[in-house]
Design a protein around this ligand. Structure first.
Ligand SMILES: [Mg+2]
Length: 427
C-alpha cells in the first residue's frame, strides 16, 4: 500500500467562554484534520491541535509522507525527526504558535493507523496490542465560565435550551454555580469522577468548590483540581492541607519540575502533571526529582498512539500512575483517545475530555455518546469513525471567518477585562 494523497485542513468549531489560568477560551476552538489517501482508495484521518504553526509543520513534511507505505511508521518517524523545528514545549496556552516534531508525527501516525485498520478490517486498538477494556471511563471536566456557548452565539444564551444545553451556556463563576454545572453534566453523561479546572478564582473559592462538590456527590466520586500552575509553592502547600482527603490527585498546582518535587516532599496528596512533564525528554528529570506520582499523557503531543503506549510502559516501570489530558476536540480525537486507553492496562484513571462542551461535530452520525460516563470502544475498522465532508467544509469556512490563527486565551481575556495578564504564579 502506498500513500498517494495527503490533505491538511484547518477547522474551527464553537467553544464556550471557559476560564483557565491562561485566560479565556475564544468563541471558536481551532483544530486540524489530517487525511492520508492510499493507492487502493482508502482514507485515514486524524485530528490534532489547531493554529498556523501546526498547519505549517504538517504541510512542510508533505513530500516525506506522499509515496510512503503507511505500515512503515518507524521509518517515517525516523525520516521526519529533525525535519520540524523544535521551538518549545507544546503544553503551553499558546500551543498553536509553536512548532513540534512529536505533534506533527503523531497526527500523521494516527491517520496512518486509521488507514491500516481500514485496510485490515481491524480497529486501531488491535494495532496497539488489542483491548484490555471494552469501555473507557471519562471524567466530568468542570470549568468556571462566563455566560454563553461560544461560536456565533458568543456570550449570548439561547433561552430555549434546557438540560445540559442550558447548563453548558450558563455562567458559573462561584462554587455554587460550579456544583450546578457538575450536577447537569453528570446527569447528562453519567460521569463517575470530577475534574475542576482551577487557577481562575482565588484559591479559597476554588477549595470551597471542591468541598461543595464532595458534599454534593459523596465520598465515592474521585475529585481532582488543576490550577495550571497558577499557585505559588507556599499557596499550593497551604491549600493542600485543606484538600487532604478530598482529592484523587492534585494536578499542576505549581510550575516546574523542581517546585512540584518540593511540594511532593511536603504533602501527601498525589501530584499529577500535563505541564512539567510533556515529552520523553522531560522524563529523566521528572523521575529523578520525584516531581509527580501521575503523568497525564496525550497522544497529540507525546508523538502519537505508539509513543503513548511506550510512555505507559515507562510509567509502569517507574511506578508512576497514568491518566490522560485533553484539549477542546471533536470525535476523531475522542475516538483515538478511546482506542489508546482501551489498549493500555495501567491507564487506570478516568480520562479527561472537553467533548461535552462542544456541540458541533465532524464525523458522520454526529456526536459520540457516553454511556454511564464511559465511551464504548469503537468496533469498526480503523478509528471506527467516518469524516463528514460537508461538516469538514463548513468548519473549514468557519475557521477562515473566525480570523483566529492560534490559541491565545490571554488576548481573549483582555477583551472582557482590559489589562488582564497571564502570570505564574497568580496567587
Ligand atoms: Mg492539566
Amino acid at each position: 500500500m502506498k500513500i498517494v494523497d495527503y490533505r491538511v485542513t484547518p477547522i474551527a468549531f464553537g467553544d464556550p467562554p471557559l476560564r483557565a489560568a491562561f485566560g479565556l477560551h475564544a468563541p471558536y476552538a481551532l483544530r486540524t484534520i489530517v487525511e492520508v489517501v492510499s493507492d487502493d482508495g482508502l482514507t485515514g484521518v486524524s485530528e490534532t491541535h489547531g493554529g498556523s504553526a501546526v498547519v505549517a509543520d504538517l504541510l512542510a513534511v508533505r513530500d516525506l509522507v506522499v509515496g510512503r507505505d503507511p505500515f512503515q511508521l518507524a521509518a517515517l518517524e525516523h525520516t521526519l525527526y529533525g525535519s520540524v523545528p523544535q521551538t518549545g514545549n507544546v503544553a503551553t496556552p499558546w500551543e498553536g504558535k509553536l512548532h513540534s516534531f512529536p505533534r506533527t508525527f503523531g497526527a500523521i501516525e494516527v491517520a496512518c493507523l486509521d488507514l491500516i485498520g481500514k485496510a485490515l478490517g481491524r480497529p486501531v486498538c488491535d494495532l496497539l496490542g488489542g483491548r484490555v477494556r471494552d469501555r473507557v471511563p471519562f471524567s466530568a471536566y468542570l470549568f468556571y465560565k462566563h455566560a454563553g456557548a461560544g461560536g456565533e452565539w458568543g456570550f449570548e444564551c439561547d433561552p430555549a435550551a434546557h438540560g445540559w444545553a442550558a447548563a453548558r451556556q450558563a455562567e458559573a463563576l462561584s462554587a455554587e454555580a460550579l456544583v450546578e454545572q457538575a450536577q447537569a453534566m453528570v446527569t447528562a453523561f453519567g460521569f463517575k469522577s470530577l475534574k475542576l479546572k482551577g487557577g481562575v478564582l482565588p484559591p479559597e473559592e476554588e477549595v470551597r468548590t471542591v468541598r461543595l462538590l464532595r458534599a454534593a456527590f459523596g465520598p465515592d466520586v474521585p475529585l481532582r483540581i488543576d490550577p495550571n500552575a497558577a499557585w505559588s509553592l507556599e499557596t499550593s502547600v497551604r491549600w493542600a492541607n485543606e484538600l487532604e482527603g478530598l482529592l484523587e490527585y492534585y494536578e499542576d498546582p505549581v510550575a516546574g519540575k523542581e517546585n512540584m518535587a518540593a511540594l511532593a516532599q511536603r504533602i501527601s496528596i498525589p501530584l499529577a502533571t500535563n505541564m512539567c512533564c510533556v515529552s520523553f525528554a522531560d522524563l529523566p528529570a521528572t523521575i529523578r526529582l520525584g516531581s509527580v506520582q501521575i503523568i497525564l499523557g496525550d497522544h497529540h503531543f507525546w508523538g502519537g498512539l505508539r509513543a503513548s503506549v511506550e510512555l505507559a510502559r515507562i510509567c509502569r516501570t517507574w511506578g508512576l500512575g497514568l491518566s490522560m489530558h485533553s484539549n477542546s476536540h471533536l470525535g476523531i480525537s475522542l475516538s483515538a483517545m478511546t482506542h489508546l486507553a482501551a489498549a493500555i492496562p495501567n491507564l487506570t484513571y478516568a480520562c479527561d475530555t472537553h467533548y461535552p462542551w462542544q456541540s458541533e461535530e465532524i464525523i458522520v452520525g454526529g456526536k459520540l455518546e457516553f454511556v454511564d460516563g464511559a465511551l464504548p470502544v469503537p468496533t469498526g475498522p480503523g478509528l471506527g469513525v467516518e469524516l463528514d465532508r460537508t461538516a469538514l467544509q463548513h468548519l473549514h469556512e468557519q475557521h477562515l471567518r473566525s480570523g483566529l490563527d492560534y490559541r491565545d486565551d490571554e488576548r481573549e481575556m483582555q477583551k472582557i477585562e482590559p489589562g488582564w495578564r497571564y502570570r505564574v504564579p497568580q496567587w
